[in-house]
Design a protein around this ligand. Structure first.
Ligand SMILES: C[S@@+](CC[C@H](N)C(=O)[O-])C[C@H]1O[C@@H](n2cnc3c(N)ncnc32)[C@H](O)[C@@H]1O
Length: 213
């Protein structure tokens, strides 16, 4: 093992480890070609969800349930995760993951297009909104997050590093364009206090502090 790998292995021993349901959810996601958040991102999601801790979370993009398990591990034990997924096969995998971890009763798993489902969720009711579905839709997720988050709530979004291509991706890369528009809009929005963390594929974290107008 080189020294980077040694350091990584060492730090993973002091961070929360992946338990068996997490390992199984990651393995099933890989097999089904669903990109999950990185281990480090998962551990960070758990930490963010545990800050207050969160009682209500919206996740956009359930995938195979890997990130959802991390959020559930961090949030309030009686808290509820609402998670949205457009692909029924992915939804089924994620539901298997929640069941294996004993969390099914705390999860509202909704099948549908994010932008349709988000319309139905109640205003000012969520402690954390996590975006990890269609990158072209991130700016629209931001508009929903403004409505859904309670003051002091957290907006979190994965993939803002975009494999190192976020700044240089060609103009016809619609995913990169969506991510850039999102990051810039959050950074310029006086109602959000944002920070991009160089964790996994880049994690944007922003606290929502709406100004009196
Ligand atoms: C990157 S994966 C999510 C991975 C998951 N968050 C994790 O880390 O375990 C993105 C997921 O979003 C779903 N998705 C893509 N576009 C969507 C949309 N418009 N509405 C709802 N789900 C969508 C995909 O089917 C896929 O399962």
């Amino acid at each position: 093992m080189d020294s980077d790998a040694n350091a990584r292995a060492y730090l993973q021993r002091v961070n929360p480890p992946e338990d068996e349901p997490l390992r199984a959810a990651r393995a099933r996601s890989e097999e089904a070609d669903i990109p999950s958040v990185a281990y480090e991102t998962g551990a960070m999601l758990r930490w963010l969800a545990g800050l207050e801790p969160a009682k209500t979370i919206v996740e956009i993009g359930s995938g195979g349930g890997y990130s959802g398990l991390w959020l559930l591990a961090g949030m309030h034990p009686r808290g509820a995760l609402t998670t949205i997924e457009a692909d029924p096969d992915h939804q089924a995998l994620s539901q298997k993951a929640y069941a294996e971890a004993g969390h099914s009763e705390r999860v509202r798993s909704i099948l549908g297009q994010a932008l349709t489902v988000l319309e139905r969720l109640a205003d000012t009711s969520y402690d954390l909104v996590f975006c990890d579905a269609a990158k072209t839709e991130y700016p629209a997720y931001l508009a929903h997050a403004r409505r859904l988050l309670r003051p002091g709530g957290l907006l979190v979004a994965d993939n803002v590093w975009w494999g190192g291509e976020i700044a240089d991706a060609p103009a016809d890369d619609e995913d990169a364009a969506g991510l850039r528009a999102f990051v810039e809009e959050v950074a310029e929005d006086p109602d959000f206090e944002a920070q991009v963390l160089f964790v996994g594929d880049g994690l944007l974290v922003a606290v929502y502090h709406p100004k009196e107008r």
